[in-house]
Design a protein around this ligand. Structure first.
Ligand SMILES: [Zn+2]
Length: 200
């Protein structure tokens, strides 16, 4: 296969990038200094080596020597709380807000109304069981205020139904505007939404 086509096709698989943008990137890279291309290639190659997935919350983290990420290994965090987020970037936004001190689980996606998308259902179940033994009392659904977020929350409620006698489920309170993605919410809004979370 033509090398230009091959790279353009590979880039077009990235989220938000189509075939046209893929090709634009390729021609940008062709015009860029060789060192810039080499650096980019090196950074991509090192991702698999230096970034690991935490076996507990399933987020990606850098400290490759540690078994668990810093949030899962921190004994000062509250085992009674488990927050479910769609993706790693949402967790970063919540941490930036700075009020939440419980544990996390990254669902790894959302479910769309048309039946697309997937979340880590089996892993969620295993995590809730494990966390129950550690004193879990409340699962906080920190999903985006979108249709997909709502739909995903419904599925999570179904999955957690067997545990409802032991665990309450809460959602973020008002403040998060309808249609807004957690990742792009400012710290103040997130703090309010977390403080005003409601049991469902
Ligand atoms: Zn973790």
């Amino acid at each position: 296969m033509d090398k230009i086509e091959e790279l353009a096709t590979a880039l077009a698989r990235l989220p938000g990038i189509g075939p046209r943008q893929g090709k634009r990137f390729v021609f940008y890279l062709l015009a860029a200094p060789a060192a810039e291309r080499a650096k980019l290639a090196e950074l991509i190659a090192s991702l698999g080596k230096e970034v690991r997935q935490c076996p507990d919350c399933l987020r990606f983290f850098n400290e490759s020597a540690a078994a668990l990420c810093n949030y899962c290994s921190d004994i000062r965090r509250d085992d009674a709380l488990l927050m479910l987020v769609e993706k790693d970037q949402d967790l970063v936004a919540v941490e930036r807000a700075g009020t939440y001190k419980g544990r996390y689980f990254v669902l790894g996606g959302v479910l769309t109304l048309t039946g697309k998308g997937a979340i880590r259902e089996k892993e969620l179940d295993a995590t809730v069981r494990r966390r129950l033994a550690a004193g879990l009392k409340e699962v906080v659904l920190a999903l985006s205020a979108t249709n997909e977020g709502e739909h995903t929350a419904d599925r999570v409620r179904e999955l957690l139904a067997p545990y409802r006698d032991h665990v309450k489920i809460s959602v973020l309170g008002r403040g998060l505007a309808t249609g807004s993605e957690l990742e792009y919410s400012d710290a103040e809004t997130l703090r309010a939404a977390l403080t005003n979370r409601k049991e469902t």
